[in-house]
Write a protein that binds this ligand. Structure first.
Ligand SMILES: Cc1cc2nc3c(=O)[nH]c(=O)nc-3n(C[C@H](O)[C@H](O)[C@H](O)COP(=O)(O)OP(=O)(O)OC[C@H]3O[C@@H](n4cnc5c(N)ncnc54)[C@H](O)[C@@H]3O)c2cc1C
Length: 454
């Protein structure tokens, strides 16, 4: 076995498996290192979005993943006195990215598909990374039973990341710290008949809680734990909705929800991605999605640099783009968490009044995807346009490409009209680099791209 690789990916959770499979698809010699041979059989992530499905499409597994997903039902927020104060929903079809903007999914099933794809496209070592050491041209990774080298390493090894600790990188604490109990049930027909038909945020000061509708009979409750509660009985907390005769307990686990972002995402030849780089409360279900964005962002840049299509400095744009984006989205999630988690009745009533006033007295549905910000800095055109750094609609394309209005139809043609331009340079991760109104402007932008890649 040859022990030197283009890239070593540490961790085969959803982010590491996606990163490995993307690098393998691009033809890079990749080693994934994972200490657990079996996929974790309980769900943690509950929802994913259309951007993630398009990455799965790039990996050739979207059709296999689709049966393990369902469109996310609307989420209704109820205030102190049980009144509707906010409603999140989905944009109706046609969907610009080709998939429902927000979906629930069965994480163990999707993790297994991702691992299979990664194993088909790269080598997998079921072992544990113990130490790593960087030299000028490569990184040496000492595994439990073997030593390997790689030109680059991506640490996708989760919240307790060995890679992050080996690099001595600290988290920036974005100040959120709440203890919640997460309960997953498989509910019988009789139980389902008793439950709400949409997902609900109970913004109740006595115990803020979330009820989520998953795939098939899967239902999740996230319930804030009170300071004095150490080991609560899940069925007691669920008694408002169901009894043990109505459902099978899949899992109950207490979590500290916090908001943390690694201070650095790259040191030399080593990068952090996924939970190793950021953690956030699950409100809006974006933790894993953020990690898959990291993988999509970094994999094409590593490919460009390793195949001499770009200079090393392209790799610096990974942290510039993804760290700022993750922080902005975590700020949005924290704001939602603050709305949900208010424990003071007077302040909660003021919150309810504020939301209703904002809605002009009548709550309208806000699309969930409007919460996701664009990229604002990095490998983007210096000629500013509101489309730069946003996701391009699903044109079926791959790689760094120019897409023209004259050759487009459907959602893509409509996108050009909405953005008053005739051509777009689209990155391999499907973000818009820049747009042009005519051929001369496109020529100038292509020169700009070549310059930035040098
Ligand atoms: C209650 C809850 C609800 C959530 N809901 C959502 C949601 O709805 N949507 C969403 O997008 N996200 C959600 N998330 C977040 C999501 O679960 C995580 O962001 C995601 O699972 C992280 O994936 P990862 O691949 O980065 O890390 P992990 O899944 O933690 O994978 C890390 C892998 O690295 C391996 N590893 C670690 N150290 C080593 C080592 N030294 N050597 C070898 N292998 C190693 C581990 O065995 C593991 O397999 C939720 C999280 C929680 C807790």
């Amino acid at each position: 076995m040859n022990d030197s690789y283009d890239v070593a990916v540490v961790g085969l959770g959803p982010v590491g498996a996606t990163c490995t499979a993307l690098l393998g698809t691009l033809g890079l010699k990749t080693l994934a290192i994972e200490r657990e041979e079996a996929v974790y059989d309980k769900p943690r992530a509950f929802s994913l979005d259309h951007e993630v499905m398009r990455v799965f499409q790039d990996l050739g597994i979207a059709a296999a993943v689709a049966p393990h997903t369902a469109p996310f039902t609307p989420s209704e927020y109820y205030g102190v006195d049980g009144q509707l104060i906010k409603r999140l929903g989905a944009l109706p079809p046609p969907w610009p990215l080709g998939w429902p903007p927000s979906m629930v999914f069965n994480q163990p099933a999707v993790d297994a598909l991702l691992r299979q794809r990664a194993a088909a496209l790269a080598e997998v070592a079921y072992s544990e990374l113990e130490e790593l050491e960087q030299a000028k041209k490569e990184v040496t990774l000492r595994l439990r039973d073997r030593t390997v080298t790689a030109k680059y390493v991506v640490g996708c090894d989760g919240a307790a990341s060995t890679v992050r600790r080996a690099l001595g990188i600290e988290y920036e604490d974005l100040q959120f710290d709440e203890q919640w109990l997460v309960i997953d049930l498989l509910v019988s027909e009789r139980g389902l008949a008793k439950l709400p038909k949409v997902s609900i945020q109970y913004c109740e000061p006595a115990r803020p809680s979330t009820y989520l509708i998953g795939v098939g009979s899967h239902r999740r409750w996230e319930l804030m734990l009170l300071p004095e509660e150490k080991d609560p009985d899940p069925w007691k907390l669920l008694s408002r909705w169901l009894t043990p005769d109505d459902a099978q307990l899949w899992r109950a686990a207490a979590y500290r929800f916090h908001a943390l972002v690694a201070r650095q995402w790259r040191r030399g030849r080593v990068f952090l991605a996924g939970d190793a780089a950021h953690q956030q409360p699950p409100f809006t279900g974006q933790g894993m999605c953020q990690g898959i964005r990291d993988a999509a962002n970094l994999s094409w840049k590593l490919h460009h640099v390793l195949t001499a299509k770009a200079g090393e400095r392209l790799l610096d744009t990974y942290e510039v783009e993804r760290r700022a984006h993750a922080k902005r989205l975590i700020a949005v999630v924290k704001d939602i968490g603050t709305v949900i988690c208010e424990r003071n009745v007077d302040r909660a009533r003021a919150r309810d009044r504020w939301h209703l006033a904002q809605a002009g007295g009548e709550v309208v549905t806000v699309p969930r995807q409007h919460l996701i910000p664009p990229l604002e800095d990095g490998f983007l055109s210096s000629k500013s346009h509101s489309a730069n750094g946003t996701l391009f609609p699903n044109d079926g394309g791959t790689g760094l490409r120019t897409v023209k209005l004259g050759e487009s139809e459907g959602a893509v043609a409509q996108w050009f009209k909405n953005n008053a331009c005739t051509a777009a340079i689209v990155r391999p991760d499907h973000y818009v680099y820049g747009v042009a109104r005519d051929d001369a402007a496109l020529e100038r932008m292509l020169k700009d791209v070549a310059k930035q890649l040098r």
